[in-house]
Write a protein that binds this ligand. Structure first.
Ligand SMILES: Cc1cc2nc3c(=O)[nH]c(=O)nc-3n(C[C@H](O)[C@H](O)[C@H](O)COP(=O)(O)OP(=O)(O)OC[C@H]3O[C@@H](n4cnc5c(N)ncnc54)[C@H](O)[C@@H]3O)c2cc1C
Length: 247
């Protein structure tokens, strides 16, 4: 928790509506018209969320993805993974009701995933925290693209609908009781998946230790070109407010 305001502007927002995407993912809709840095064509942009703390202060900021933004209505969706009470933002998101207030920063100026016209194949790896960005990337891909998603989730009940104009295949990898950060499911896929020889981008977002292992594997053992790979730790087991260098 922090009583010090961060060195950038915060915008007060309220929960306009909320719905359960899955039992452990809650979608909160706000009016995102306050954000000046949003670039609608760029999926996976992110900002910081600050929630009220019990002592009347605000929590430290945590990074969350613009899941969807509708410029016509200004409505912006954020998908919160509910991982229990150990994190102030997760605990708040689980309980907050329509009308509840919180604060957000503007979108990070270097955030977002550029879709290059020459790229044909996309391999997208993520755990639950990466799914909002994966969903947004898929919705931004052209029909000419091919996308393969490998998504690690707790169990089959956490699968969600993903749509794209691109040719899409989605593989859900169920932990089925294994601890999130101890799972090797994504790494196992990264080891064995066929990597298309055509222009390909590989995007990875999950627990930081897993992402580091996948990054090493893809670069050192699978010979993936560094410029094709976007791999970011979105959280780290046992560490509050983890910041990966690439986030
Ligand atoms: C660029 C970026 C975009 C992100 N987008 C999203 C998003 O759209 N939706 C989303 O839900 N998350 C997203 N995250 C991840 C989110 O910022 C972290 O999960 C954050 O730690 C949650 O804050 P907290 O207050 O709940 O927990 P913290 O106070 O940061 O952590 C408290 C404890 O909870 C553990 N913890 C944190 N996250 C998880 C988790 N997912 N599962 C299990 N244990 C966890 C930590 O290891 C720590 O022990 C994103 C992260 C980055 C870097």
């Amino acid at each position: 928790m922090s009583s010090q305001p961060p060195p950038y502007q915060l915008y007060p927002v309220t929960v306009k509506s909320s719905r359960w995407v899955t039992p452990h993912m809650k979608r909160i809709t706000i009016d995102g018209g306050c954000l000046s840095g949003l670039r609608t064509a760029l999926p996976a942009q992110w900002f910081k969320v600050f929630v009220p703390a019990q002592d009347g202060q605000r929590s430290g900021g945590r990074a969350y993805t613009v899941r969807r933004y509708d410029p016509a209505t200004g409505q912006l969706d954020i998908d919160f993974v509910l991982h229990g009470d150990s994190g102030p933002v997760s605990a708040w998101a689980e309980r907050v009701q329509v009308g509840g207030g919180f604060e957000i920063s503007d979108v990070h100026p270097r955030s977002g995933f550029s879709i290059e016209p020459g790229t044909e194949d996309y391999l997208l790896f993520g755990d639950e925290t990466g799914l909002p960005a994966i969903g947004a990337i898929l919705e931004a891909l052209p029909a000419s693209a091919r996308a393969q998603v490998f998504a690690e989730i707790a169990h089959a009940g956490e699968a969600q609908e993903l749509t794209s104009r691109a040719t899409l295949s989605v593989t859900w990898l169920h932990r089925d009781g294994a601890a999130t950060a101890a799972s090797m499911l994504l790494e196992a896929v990264a080891r064995s998946v066929d990597i298309p020889t055509r222009a390909t981008v590989i995007w990875v977002a999950a627990e930081s230790t897993q992402v580091a292992a996948i990054r090493r594997l893809l670069l050192k053992e699978r010979g993936v070109d560094r410029t094709m790979l976007h791999a970011t730790g979105y959280w780290k087991r046992g560490e509050a407010d983890h910041r990966d260098e690439e986030a």
